[in-house]
Design a binder for this molecule. Structure first.
Ligand SMILES: Nc1nc2c(c(=O)[nH]1)N[C@H]1C(S)=C(S)[C@@H](COP(=O)(O)O)O[C@H]1N2
Ligand SMILES: [Mo]
Length: 261
């Protein structure tokens, strides 16, 4: 996401205007409607419609699926326990796209032998973690859709440790408001505790059955199918639990902090 470009043929403000019109007509609950109208982004349109919106035909499909917007979609959007869709292996996007605030050649090459994951803040156990320790915990896998605000989405297969297991293991204060992340490439972000504890939030160590490759975030990426792409940190070096708002790389430049459902 070097220059935060949209594809030239997509008129973002026109798409958002149409999407807002649909929301005004479809969403009856006043506070939900106000929230959606205020926070809607192109990525939000993709998330609400389940469509990739990288060209004009897909914009049409997305808007028409939003106009069929129903209670199930709204329930998913506002229920912190609702599950994001999962997909069959045949639907995995190959090759899976790379994205970062720099080009693929600049993705950090983290050295496994010297790597330690730091854990700090409102946790009982602040020891730093080796990858081996994370690999020894129960592993789970999921095939979900990653949606980027830049107007693309892709389905991928990630595996690793359920983040709620990890937080319990370190004795995190789960009444705290935020979990923050610092990455090897100076990226940073933070999430709300209900999302951190969501059953589909995984501290991933693998992509498509193999060790997470450098470009997708080696040694680990926090994968949340209920959040937009920029909320999913790659190359995580430090995790902290806090009540002080930590912000994020794109969030501090104006992206919506919640960034998802
Ligand atoms: N450390 C780090 N994590 C990051 C980013 C980044 O630049 N640095 N970009 C975010 C954005 S905007 C997206 S869309 C996804 C891209 O992940 P991918 O390369 O696996 O597709 O990573 C997210 N996490
Ligand atoms: Mo993104």
């Amino acid at each position: 996401m070097k220059k935060r470009e949209q594809s030239p043929e997509l008129d973002e403000s026109a798409i958002l205007k149409d999407a807002r019109k649909i929301i005004s007509l479809k969403v009856e609950d006043h506070s939900r409607r106000a929230f959606l109208l205020r926070s809607l982004t192109l990525g939000g349109v993709a998330m609400l419609s389940g469509c990739n919106i990288s060209d004009n035909d897909q914009v049409e499909t997305a808007l028409s699926s939003m106009s069929r917007f129903n209670d199930r979609v709204q329930g998913w959007l506002f229920n912190p326990n609702a599950m994001a869709p999962t997909y069959p292996e045949s639907m995995i996007t190959r090759p899976f796209p790379f994205n970062a605030f720099y080009g693929i050649d600049e993705a950090p090459a983290v050295d496994e032998d010297s790597y330690h994951l730091e854990v700090s803040g409102l946790v009982a156990d602040k020891h730093s973690w080796r990858l081996e320790e994370l690999r020894a915990m129960a592993q789970t896998e999921q095939i979900t859709r990653h949606i980027c605000v830049e107007g693309w989405s892709a389905i991928g297969r990630w595996g690793g440790v359920r983040f709620s297991d990890f937080l319990k293991h370190v004795g995190a204060d789960t009444d705290a408001r935020y979990v923050g992340f610092k990455c090897a490439d100076d990226y940073y972000t933070s999430i709300d505790m209900p999302t951190a504890l969501h059953a589909q939030t995984l501290l991933t160590l693998t992509y498509d059955g193999a060790v997470l490759p450098r470009q997708y975030g080696f040694p680990m990426k926090l994968r949340m199918p209920t959040k937009l792409g920029y909320k999913n940190p790659k190359h995580i070096q430090a995790i902290f639990v806090t009540n002080t708002y930590p912000g994020g790389y794109w969030e501090d430049q104006g992206y919506n902090w919640f960034g998802g459902s």
